[in-house]
Design a protein around this ligand. Structure first.
Ligand SMILES: [Zn+2]
Length: 230
C-alpha cells in the first residue's frame, strides 16, 4: 500500500469526491448507490468512491485508488462494488477518462422496460446524437456489466447506456463530462416519459439530429474554452 502515487492522484481525489456531490444535487442517487470514477491519465490507475459510505462523508482522502484490474493500490476502505465495471471500461476504451453509474429514477424506469429512449428532443440530439441505447442484462460481480457497457457504447454517439433492469452508466473524456452525461440522461428520460404520458412524441429527421449534434459538439460554447459544452 506504500507505492508512490502519481501527483495527479491528489487532484483527482478532490475532483472525484466533489463530483459525487453533483449526483446528490441533481437527485440522481439514493442512500449510497451511485458512483463516479476518473482515470489517472498516463497510468493504469483510477480513482473511485469507496463502497457503502454516505455521500455526506465522502472526502478526497477516502477516495480509493485502484489499478485497471480493480485491485486497490491506495485507500483504507473497499472500493465501490461497481469497480469491476469501471475498470473494464477503462481497459477497453482508452479514450474514456471518466465513468459514472446511477440508478436515477426516470432513466432507470426506461432500463426496467428494456427500452431505448428515442430522440424526440433537440437537447437529446445535441448531447447524445440520437437514441440513448439499452444495454444487456448483466449480474454484478465479474466483467459482464463492463462488457455490456463497452459493447453498447463502442461506435455509438451516446455517452450513456441504460443497462437493462439495472440503471445508467455514462462515459466521458473526464469524470466531469461523464457526470454531465448522467445529469442530461436523467433530464431527457424525464421529459421523454412526460411526453409519452401527454401524447405521441413527434419524430425528428435523422438529418436534423445529425445537424444539431454536429453543431453542439463542434461549434457551441465559448470560443477557446476547449470544452465547449455547457
Ligand atoms: Zn447499480
Amino acid at each position: 500500500m506504500s507505492r508512490t502515487l502519481p501527483t495527479e492522484v491528489t487532484r483527482l481525489r478532490e475532483t472525484v469526491a466533489a463530483l459525487h456531490a453533483e449526483l446528490v444535487r441533481y437527485h440522481l442517487v439514493a442512500w449510497t448507490a451511485g458512483n463516479v470514477s476518473a482515470r489517472v491519465p498516463g497510468h493504469d490507475l483510477m480513482v473511485i468512491k469507496p463502497s457503502g459510505v454516505s455521500y455526506d462523508d465522502l472526502r478526497p482522502d477516502n477516495m480509493i485508488v485502484c489499478d485497471l484490474d480493480g485491485v486497490v493500490v491506495d485507500g483504507d476502505l473497499s472500493p465501490s462494488s461497481d469497480t469491476a465495471a469501471h475498470a473494464y471500461v477503462y481497459r477497453a476504451m482508452p479514450e474514456v477518462g471518466g465513468v459514472v453509474h446511477t440508478h436515477s429514477n426516470y432513466a432507470t424506469a426506461w432500463a426496467a422496460c428494456g427500452e431505448s429512449i428515442p430522440c424526440h428532443l433537440t437537447a437529446q440530439a445535441d448531447e447524445f446524437g440520437g437514441e440513448i441505447p439499452v444495454g444487456p442484462f448483466a449480474l454484478i460481480g465479474g466483467d459482464d456489466i463492463g462488457k455490456g457497457i463497452v459493447a453498447t457504447l463502442s461506435g455509438h454517439r451516446s455517452p450513456a447506456v441504460l443497462m437493462r433492469n439495472h440503471g445508467v452508466f455514462t462515459i466521458g473524456k473526464d469524470a466531469r463530462a461523464a457526470v454531465k452525461a448522467a445529469v442530461m440522461c436523467e433530464d431527457v428520460a424525464r421529459t421523454a416519459h412526460l411526453a409519452r404520458t401527454l401524447g405521441t412524441p413527434v419524430p425528428m429527421t435523422q438529418a436534423d439530429i445529425d445537424s444539431l449534434y454536429d453543431r453542439y459538439q463542434n461549434v457551441y460554447g465559448q470560443p477557446g474554452s476547449g470544452s465547449a459544452k455547457s
